[in-house]
Design a protein around this ligand. Sequence first.
Ligand SMILES: Cc1ncc(COP(=O)(O)O)c(C=O)c1O
Length: 393
Amino acid sequence: MESLLSDGIRETPPSFVRGILKAASEPDIISFAGGLPNPVSFPQEEMLVSMERIVRTYGSSVFQYSVTAGLPQLREAIARRYCEKYGLQIGADNVLITTGSQQALDLIGKVFLNKKDGIVVEKPTYLAAIQAFAMSQPKFHAVELTEEGLDLEQLAEALQRKVKFIYLIPNFQNPTGLTYSAQSRMQIYEMLRGRDVVLIEDDPYGELRFDGENLPYIGAGRLENSILLGTFSKTVTPGMRVGFLISQNKELLKYLSIAKEAGDLHTNIFAQYLIWDYLQNNDYEMHIAKIKDLYRKQAAAMIDAMKHYFPDGVQYTRPNGGMFLWVTLPEGMRAMSLFPRALEKKVAFVPGDPFYTDRKDTNTMRLNYTNADCGTIREGIRRLGECICAVNG
Ligand SMILES: Cc1ncc(COP(=O)(O)O)c(C=O)c1O
C-alpha cells in the first residue's frame, strides 16, 4: 500500500499532539498538553435554548444543503463585529465561513502552493499549520519569533527569496503566548506593503486579551493581499467547528471559496445557525469577559507556581491572553527526554520539537493553562519542577 500514497501525505508529519493527548488522557494525569478550552466556558444552557429555537423557527433550512460562503446572517454579524471592534471596513461579502480556522489553513495551502514554493512561518509556529501546509510540500522559511514580534532581519532575508505567503499569529501566539508589539506590526506592514506576497494573520486568541487595549492588525483592512482568520472555537465552542476568514480581496475569496466547495460544499449549517442564534440572543461580550477572567487567574496560578517550583535557569513567557505559555529549559536539556519522566509523575506537556520546521531536540516546551483549575495547575507544576530538577542534577 505504501507505494500508493501521495508525496504530500508521506511528507506530512503525523500530529504529535494527538499521540501525546492519548497518553495524557488517562484520568489521573494532569495535562498541560492539549489546547482545550475549559469546558466550564461552554454556554451549554444557552445553546440548548438556541437549538430548539432554530429548529422551530427555520425548520428544514437548518437540515438542508446550503451555500458555500456560509449563512448570510452569520457573515453579516461577523463583518459588523470586526468593523465595530477593529475598525475594518468590510461587509458580509468579505467573510467566508470555514469549518474551523483549521480548514482555512488547508484551503490556503491548496489555493497557493505548488511543490517547493517558499512560505514564511514563525519559529516556532502552530504545529497543525505546519501539518496543513506540509501536504503541499512547500519550502518553509522559519523566522525567529522574539518578545516583540518577528526578527526583522531574518524576515528581510526570507523575503529576498520568492515566497508565496507569510503565516503569522500576532496575538497570544500558539505555542509561545507572545504578542507582537505595535511597532513590530507597523514595521512588518511597511516591509510587506507593495510586495507580491499574501499575509495570513491567524487570530484565534485575540478576543482573549487579559488586560489593555487591542493592537491593530498588521495587514487586515490595510494590505490588499491579506487574509485574517478567526474562529468561535475559543470563545463559544470548538466542537461546532465554525470559523471564518476575512479578506478585502474578492478575487482571493473567490479562489478560496472554490477550494472550499471542492472540499466540503459548506460548513455544517446547523452549527452556523446555532452560533448565529447564540450571538443574537446572548451577551457575547459578557461571556468572553468571564472566559478571560477564568484564564487570567489560571495563567497567573501557573506563573506563580513556576516561580516557586522551577529551578533557576528555566525561562518562560508571561502571556497577556490566550491559552499557552512557552518554557525554555536550561541549555542542553531536551524536552523530549523530560516527557516520559513527567508522564511517570502523571503530568504531561508538549515538547517544543513539533512546533519547528527546522529544529529537533529542543530545550523548549508548551504548557496549556486553560483546562485545569488553579490547584491542579500548582500541583502539576510542582511535579514538573521536580522532574526538571532531577534531570538538571
Ligand atoms: C493558531 C491556531 N490556528 C488555528 C487553530 C484551529 O482552530 P479551529 O478550532 O478554529 O479550527 C488553532 C487551534 O488551536 C490555533 O491555535
